[in-house]
Design a protein around this ligand. Structure first.
Ligand code: IVH
Length: 691
């Protein structure tokens, strides 16, 4: 992504450079819009995002002839995601231009006055700008009938059912209301509610939200209304959409009507007589900002007189009658004492900066996320460095940069650990991914409970009476260190029977259901191990291909050797491929995983995979490759039929291949078969062979 701080001055750009940069900015901004609005998972801070947009506007101002059809300045972020039906807004939901500082605010006022041909001071209504998500609520004869998110500004998502669960969305307006009216406002989450929600989410192993805005958006855009109902969402109403009759002459009066109808209007909203009062208000709110219960990133100033608003109208995506005066990002410098590596439940290693506690905009910060290995390298962040911290509308502070002048002389670049700090297993980072992961899934204390819950789950060992809560409890007692310990639980039956919530009968039943699962199919066993990317269907492929536990284990150990026949065989199993092969070999590369595997296998009878429909079919046990276009069968049909007759179907030809079935236009595989002397046959010959 473009670094706007080190980018060349806009005034020095040639036309060609400008065109190139505008193209890049359009793509970058579109990417971040999608990350933010559509996926609710921003990758950069709001301040960095604003900087990208500002740079784009500055270049466009200098080279208006280069403005692109897909220019970010003509678009409001966020396309509509599927899952909800779409609702078209009768009046588009637009955005606001930003002012960064008093000078830009004064320019905004001057422009508006020039447009109106006025010299008298402008009267404003000021409203703190909460960073949530804007919604449009439709009322017919005072009754709430529909509600939608902003979406792309023209069309949003129909979230009516979810909005109905919110206390602050009145179902019926109080008093008189027009036959039809649209009310707009911001759905948000308070800082306290956000922190509590994340805590609950973390305990449940569910998604952690990056900031209150994402938590609010994620909560409102739930397909399951019950989830929205359980989330603490608030709403401040602040704007009008379509209306069957005028409801006020000024915005201030409109806000009073909203209150009378039963909406919450931000109590800090104020009517201001002129620009000087606006500046004073900006400073006042700036001082109160960190003490507020919700995050704000600026103040919105709207010209109060609605007839003036109508005359001013819109330019591009924003009104001429309103502006968002943003606060500068809250920054502070402090010393980074240590980089600690946290291990998540899925084994992800996340670096966390432990800081000399410092006050950033009223909040004491002692910790900041460093995201991942690349991020540390990109900013060259080192232990002992003085770093610039920033809270930009986000509760989670970020490290913006390092103050190089204050770097200790003996400092060394941070080396991301190669082993997991929780269990010592080696950590790996698959090509193309940013996250390094611990491979000690079954032995790593940070992951163990999650892995055990998976191990006993319905689609794996399916042990009745052993759910997540019980696993956690038994783990806390120190009874579970690895999957094998589950099979030792019956030895504790008497103690279990005396525990709260248990009795003789339920403890007995637990022992019975554990005993009943000592015999297990190979595919369930492989799936239960919880190896990354080995879900039910891949486990089944592996079981079918290798047949027995002993064979699978031996083949996986041999496949660790890159370039071995076993490795290419694994990678060529139809549906497996090299990425999944690597996850398996990473697992088997960790000796303690093998020890754990053997320990649990010793407790079990692992059944061989159900192989052929008829073991004596002519292709049972043979390795078959289909290549070229088949005429009477589809590929999946051919494959399923071959497998049901006990053949193994792979994608590539090696000396282990027994038969290559050659369809029309076959290429390199047929050639390779000829080279290796592998038996080839036509589709017709194959059909004859298998009947
Ligand atoms: S008025 C045409 N008022 O800011 C003007 N917007 O950057 C429409 N926002 O999409 C918006 N507080 O999500 C308005 N008091 C306020 C606001 C506010 C927050 C958000 C809103 C809007 C965005 C525009």
């Amino acid at each position: 992504m473009l670094d706007t701080k080190s980018a060349p001055d806009v005034d020095t750009l040639t036309e060609a450079e400008a065109a190139e940069e505008l193209a890049r900015l359009a793509a970058d901004i579109a990417h971040h819009d999608a990350a933010y609005h559509t996926l609710d998972a921003p990758e950069i801070s709001d301040a960095d995002y604003d900087a990208l947009r500002r740079r784009n506007s500055a270049i466009e101002a200098r080279f208006p002839e280069l403005i692109r059809a897909d220019s970010p300045s003509a678009r409001v972020g966020g396309a509509v995601e599927s899952g909800f039906s779409k609702l078209r807004h009768r009046v588009p939901m637009l955005s606001l231009d930003n002012a960064f500082g008093a000078e830009e605010f004064a320019e905004f006022c001057a422009r508006a006055k020039r447009f109106l041909g006025r010299t008298e001071p402008l009267v404003f209504v000021a409203e703190p700008k909460i960073d949530g998500l804007s919604i449009n609520l439709s009322y017919e004869h005072g009754r709430f009938v529909r509600g939608a998110t902003r979406g792309d500004g023209t069309e949003g998502e129909d979230v009516t059912a979810n909005l109905r669960t919110m206390k602050s969305v009145p179902d019926q307006l109080i008093g008189e209301a027009p036959a039809f009216i649209e009310v707009r406002g911001e759905v948000f989450m308070t800082k306290a509610d956000f922190l509590t929600l994340n805590q609950t989410q973390a305990e449940a192993g569910s998604k952690i939200f990056a900031n209150p805005r994402n938590a609010a958006a994620g909560s409102l855009r739930q397909l399951d209304t019950r989830i929205t109902a359980s989330r603490p969402l608030s709403l401040f109403a602040y704007a009008q959409g379509e209306s069957s009759e005028p409801v006020a002459a000024t915005h201030w009066d409109y806000l009073q009507r909203l209150t009378a109808w039963g909406f919450d209007v931000n109590p800090l909203s104020r009517r201001l007589e002129n620009e000087t009062d606006a500046e004073a208000f900006q400073n006042e709110i700036g001082l109160e900002r960190s003490g507020l219960g919700y995050d704000i990133d600026g103040v919105v100033y709207k010209i109060d007189d609605l007839s003036l608003q109508r005359r001013l109208g819109f330019v591009g995506r924003a009104p001429r009658w309103a502006i968002a005066w943003k606060f500068p990002a809250e920054q502070a410098t402090t010393v980074l004492r240590e980089i600690r590596i946290q291990v998540g439940r899925t084994g992800a290693l996340t670096p966390v900066a432990e800081l000399e506690p410092v006050n950033v905009g009223g909040v004491l910060v002692a910790r900041a996320t460093l995201h991942n290995e690349d991020e540390i390298a990109r900013k060259d962040i080192r232990v002992g460095d003085t770093v610039v911290l920033q809270r930009a509308g986000d509760v989670i502070p970020q490290i913006v940069s390092v103050v190089l002048e204050r770097r200790p002389e003996d400092s060394t670049a941070f080396v991301f650990p190669a082993v997991c700090p929780a269990c010592g297993s080696h950590a790996v980072r698959p090509p193309g991914e940013v996250v390094k992961r611990c491979t000690g899934g079954l032995i790593c204390s940070a992951q163990l409970v999650e892995r055990l819950i998976h191990f006993v789950s319905r689609t794996a060992f399916d042990i009745d009476g052993l759910g997540g809560k019980t696993i956690q409890e038994f783990y806390n007692e120190g009874w579970l260190h690895s999957p094998a310990d589950i099979f030792k639980l019956p030895e504790r039956e008497e103690v279990i029977a005396t525990r709260e919530g248990w009795g003789k009968l339920s403890a007995r039943n637990l022992s019975r259901s554990i005993a009943a699962r000592r015999t297990i199919s190979l595919e369930r066993f492989i799936y239960a191990l919880g190896i990354r990317r080995i879900g039910e269907s891949n486990a089944k492929l592996l079981a079918r291909h290798y047949g027995s536990f002993a064979n699978w284990r031996a083949q996986m150990l041999a496949a660790r050797q890159i370039g071995s026949d076993e490795r290419s065989e694994l990678g060529s199993i139809s549906g497996i491929g090299p990425t999944i092969a690597e996850e398996l070999t990473d697992f088997f590369d960790e000796p303690r995983n093998i020890a754990t595997l053997d320990e649990v296998a010793a407790e079990l009878t692992i059944q061989d995979a159900a192989r052929a429909e008829s073991a004596d079919s002519p292709v049972a046990g043979k390795t078959v490759v289909f290549t070229g276009t088949l005429e009477t069968l589809t590929r999946p049909e051919a494959k399923a039929r071959a497998e049901s007759l006990g053949a193994k179907v792979t994608d590539s030809v090696s000396k282990k291949t027994d038969i290559v079935v050659v369809g029309a236009d076959a290429g390199s595989k047929a050639r390779k078969a000829a080279e290796l002397g592998v038996r080839t046959m036509t589709e017709a010959e194959w059909r004859e062979l298998v009947g």
